[in-house]
Design a protein around this ligand. Structure first.
Ligand code: AMP
Ligand code: ZN
Length: 489
């Protein structure tokens, strides 16, 4: 199996530390808000990777953290504390916020048929592990204390920046951009904050450096090594994590253990973009999975949409494209259902064909997945198989068997479709869905009316339509080529 390793920037044969086993850590969510559909792209990627490895017979231990302390709005220690800010805005305490959004996160990942990680670990429950790790880093001489905080001294770690290909000259001469004057070098980062950063931090713990709380990066080093050992196989996250978060994780882990490489394969997914912008939680302009559901999509339409692109390519989100995915998935479900009916009736193929043809499609599918998880090419294997099976050229039971094997990786719930025929695709049959469809049609008509008013420069009418929709809890957002809407949650 080949994986594109960010460390080395090339496709590499996957060879685990221990034969037959895989230690895999994927950076989890910061639970101060709902996950947006861009974040969910990262978790679908982790899921496809874990499923593929399992399908190849590996015993995968997948660990994911929940960040419920220490993450500031800027990944480099700048800005506000995300959890604290969210709690203040919502009039709740930090733990209530963390609990609410953690549950919301798993509701979303369950709906996307993402298999839950083997171990989910919360930062606030691993403070002792973080303190122990920081002590090791300190004992090895990689820290300094300034202004009440303990910092990692990046100049002391010769390999700093190897993942992001940062040049050391650049690193040294990098002008100070942040407001933290305690830092000797702009890339240095906090391992432990005391009250110097926030007088009123909600959650604080005693430590050798004073009462305070951990920096964001240390949790991933501490928890991954606790559950996967000091050197493990795969670490994943979005590409935004390469230059700061993952770079700092490597510095912490390798300086504490003296072992390199800490992680063998670094897997990074590209961004989901909306219009010209990367979707982002902190800027507020984001869509949630629930928004898509409110607009009549099945969460699996979104999963299908994501699988249609390679995880390392930019994906431009639009409702037009999502519609395409929705129809394609329904047609896939219909074809699988038809195959199920043939199989139920025990009808054999017209021509006698052995299961070799089905297996050749499976081989095609597997070859694509084994080449850096190439889902778009893998789909070609699935569609080819369904086409031939539809023509009666493959025995239905052999074909279905292969479809199910492919779906172990794709995760589109195709087996359940056969087992419970009414699931997923026939959604528009129910009364509820008819009401929803009528509601959606009305909103879309209003948006079209508003677009026409704007074209005629009748801004009073356009604003009135926006206000009327807002009163019903429908928020409009104008993008370069379309207006998108979401329901207030
Ligand atoms: P966060 O909760 O902000 O720490 O992000 C969770 C995960 O989502 C991380 O792996 C990020 O790299 C990833 N991510 C953030 N924004 C996007 C985006 N627009 N598209 C794809 N992945 C993203
Ligand atoms: Zn992390």
């Amino acid at each position: 199996m080949l994986l594109y390793n960010t460390l080395g920037r090339e496709l590499q044969e996957f060879i685990p530390v221990e034969a037959g086993k895989v230690g895999f850590y994927g950076c989890g969510p910061t639970v101060y808000n709902y996950a947006h559909i861009g974040n969910l792209r990262a978790y679908v990627t982790h899921d496809v990777l874990a499923r593929t490895l399992r399908a190849r017979g590996f015993d995968v231990r997948h660990v994911m953290n929940i960040t419920d302390v220490g993450h500031l709005t800027g990944d480099n220690d700048e800005g506000d504390d995300k959890m604290l800010k969210s709690a203040e805005e919502r009039g709740k305490n930090v733990l209530e916020i963390a609990d609410f959004y953690t549950k919301a996160f798993f509701t979303d990942t369950d709906r996307l048929n993402i298999i839950r990680p083997t171990i989910v670990c919360k930062a606030t429950e691993h403070i002792d592990d973080m303190i122990a790790l920081i002590k090791r880093i300190e004992a090895n001489g990689y820290t300094y204390f300034a202004g009440g905080n303990l910092y990692f001294d990046t100049a002391k770690f010769a390999d700093y920046g190897k993942l992001a290909l940062l040049r050391s000259e650049e690193q040294k001469t990098n002008a100070r951009v942040e407001t933290d004057n305690n830092k000797r070098n702009s890339r240095d980062f906090a391992l432990w904050f005391t009250k110097s950063k926030y007088e009123n931090q909600a959650l604080v713990w005693d430590s050798p450096w004073g009462r305070g709380y951990p920096g964001w990066h240390i949790e991933c080093s501490a928890m991954s090594m606790k559950y996967l050992g000091e050197q493990f196989d795969i670490h994943a996250g979005g590409i935004d994590h390469i230059s700061i978060h993952h770079t700092n994780e490597i510095a912490q882990s390798e300086s504490s253990t003296g072992k390199s490489p800490w992680v063998r394969y670094w897997i990074h997914n590209e961004f989901l973009v909306l219009g010209r912008d990367k979707m982002s939680k902190s800027t507020g302009g984001f869509l949630t999975l629930q928004t898509l559901v409110d607009r009549g999509y099945d969460p699996l339409d979104y999963r299908y949409f994501l699988l249609g692109a390679h995880y390392r390519s930019h994906v431009q989100f639009s409702f037009e494209a999502l519609n395409g995915a929705k129809h394609a998935r329904r047609s896939l479900c219909d074809r699988v259902r038809a195959l199920g009916k043939k199989w139920e009736k025990g009808r054999k193929a017209d021509k006698t064909v052995s299961s070799d043809v089905a297996l050749s499609y499976l081989a095609k599918f597997n070859a694509a997945m084994d080449e850096d998880l190439s889902t778009p090419r893998a789909f070609a294997g699935l569609f080819g198989l369904l086409k031939d099976a539809g023509k009666g050229e493959i025995d239905p039971s052999a074909a279905l068997n292969v479809v199910f094997q492919m779906d172990e990786i794709l995760g589109l719930n195709l087996r359940r479709l056969i087992e419970k025929d009414k699931e997923t695709s026939g959604a528009t049959d129910s009364v509820d869905d008819e009401v929803k469809a009528a509601e959606i049609k009305e909103i879309e008509e209003k948006i079209a009316e508003r677009a026409a008013a704007k074209k005629d420069k009748d801004f009073v009418k356009a604003d009135a339509i926006r206000a009327a929709l807002k009163a019903k809890g429908i928020i409009l957002e104008d993008k370069p080529n379309e207006t998108i809407w979401r329901k207030l949650i």
